[in-house]
Design a protein around this ligand. Structure first.
Ligand SMILES: [Zn+2]
Length: 203
């Protein structure tokens, strides 16, 4: 693309780094913002900067939270015998939207991906093992994407958790439920959690 301005080109390049945004869409967004009042653009940029600088992650489950402990971990009505392991906070939101799950979560902050240089130590796994070992959790539900990275992570967690007396289960990941979990419709996702099955690792 030929830009008439270096400033425009730089702004478009930054927006185009966002997932799912190509250069054309980025240009449309940048031109839109350019036409808005300066105050509005400041508010937009300020919200992102404030989020980045001030956001907390729950010290227990790793979910995005404004307080040291998130609202799910501190809710008295949640079933503390269940921990649902997910890739990121989007998955927590997707599962909460189904209203089919009343347990706790554990947000890994990614999946094991040797291709991208992401190993177990880059993820929030130590804390999960600590939580599992405390004895309060009776079942750990692995709700990770049906991708190679998801499967690798599930198998790694299975190996780490198999000696801890806790039931390991996996959400049903059938034909209607491939790919990333935040895109699954709520009915399918809700059903997948209800019909979870005990996880059997390879011998
Ligand atoms: Zn939490």
């Amino acid at each position: 693309m030929n830009f008439s301005s270096k400033l425009l080109e730089e702004a478009v390049a930054e927006v185009a780094r966002l997932p799912g945004i190509g250069e054309k869409t980025a240009l449309r967004m940048v031109l839109f913002l350019l036409n808005r009042p300066e105050q509005e653009v400041e508010r937009f940029a300020g919200a992102l900067l404030k989020l980045k600088k001030e956001v907390n992650f729950c010290s227990e489950c790793g979910n995005i939270s404004d307080a040291p402990l998130c609202s799910i971990c501190t809710a008295p009505k949640r079933d503390r015998s269940l921990i649902c392991v997910v890739e990121d906070s989007r998955d927590v939101m997707a599962i909460e939207n189904t209203r089919q799950y009343k347990g706790l979560y554990h947000v890994l902050g990614g999946l094991i991906s040797p291709m991208d240089g992401i190993g177990p130590s880059d993820l929030h796994i130590g804390k999960l093992l600590e939580r599992a070992g405390k004895g309060e959790a009776k079942e750990i539900i692995l709700a990770l994407s049906a991708t190679m990275e998801g499967d690798t992570t599930v198998f790694y967690l299975y190996k780490k958790l198999k000696d801890i007396p806790v039931l390991l289960s996996s959400i049903a990941r059938g034909i209607a439920f491939g790919g990333e979990i935040e895109y699954a419709d709520e009915v399918t996702l809700g059903r997948s959690i209800q019909t979870r099955v005990p996880y059997k690792g390879e011998a």
